[in-house]
Design a protein around this ligand. Structure first.
Ligand SMILES: N[C@@H](CCC(=O)N[C@@H](CS)C(=O)NCC(=O)O)C(=O)O
Length: 246
């Protein structure tokens, strides 16, 4: 019955699965990896390098949506997938859009600004790993920044595009939440969880296990822009408070 979760503390897709496991009240062993040095460990499990990955007694599942499918089909208590087919389709459609559009855009926009603040981003990247990783990142910071920007195609232009993409999506999400508690039906589902977890770096909830800096230390551009979507971000924070648990 043992579940291991391979993850980065800072990864918002990993946060989806931390939340899913907490919601379903499933005990698990967290395996926190340092981004960059994770590749061999994860490739040995799946052949590909991305986290999150779970190992449930030898069954390996990679990718946050596939993991939620697996958890809901294996452990029926506290489902995150709506029971009715129409609700299922709707929840999966939101999740897929958030996974493919919101996740990459949040990552590009936030890293573009945070990588300009080594003192803030270093503890975020090394969170939940041995203390010496912070020293290693600090020593090699310019090379690490260059590699991350190259690998994830992060620059001024793509960050601006990511912000425009998020403006459209966040406006649509705000409209969807305007007259209802949850995105699909009357229950908290994988659609709400995905929206809140993937957008969490924009409102920095305490339950997300990284040392977020104080608001006044965050890049001003990020904070001012996030403030233009404050009612939606407050709604997502309320979902954290009501449903995330520890
Ligand atoms: N669609 C995937 C995306 C996962 C993803 O992008 N993970 C990032 C961290 S947030 C990652 O592992 N990047 C490093 C790599 O791909 O080697 C999911 O839903 O799990």
């Amino acid at each position: 019955m043992a579940i291991k979760l391979y993850q980065f503390a800072i990864s918002h897709y990993s946060e989806k699965i931390r939340w899913a496991l907490a919601h379903k009240a499933l005990a698990y062993e967290p395996v926190f990896l340092l981004p960059g040095t994770h590749i061999n460990t994860i490739k040995a499990l799946t052949g590909q390098s991305s986290v999150p990955v779970i190992d449930h007694d030898g069954t390996i599942v990679q990718g946050s949506a596939a993991i939620i499918d697996y958890l809901d089909s294996t452990f029926s208590e506290h489902p995150l997938t709506p029971a009715d087919p129409a609700g299922q389709n709707e929840a999966r459609a939101w999740e897929q859009r958030l996974d493919t559009v919101a996740g990459p855009a949040v990552r590009c926009y936030c890293y573009h600004h945070l990588l300009q603040r080594p003192r803030i981003v270093t503890p975020l990247l090394a969170a939940q790993t041995p203390f010496y990783n912070k020293i290693i990142i600090r020593l090699g910071f310019s090379r690490i920044e260059e590699t991350m920007r190259e690998w994830m195609k992060i620059n001024e232009r793509t960050a601006q595009q990511a912000r425009d993409t998020l403006d459209t999506l966040l406006t649509e999400l705000a409209a969807a939440y305007q007259h209802r508690e949850y995105l699909v039906g009357e229950q908290f589902s994988r659609a709400d969880l995905t929206a809140a977890a993937l957008l969490a770096p924009l409102f920095q909830p305490a339950a997300y296990p990284v040392p977020w800096p104080d608001r006044q230390r965050l890049p001003a551009e990020m904070m001012h822009w996030a403030d233009t979507h404050r009612p939606l971000l407050d709604k997502l924070q309320a979902l954290y408070t009501a449903h995330r648990g520890a």
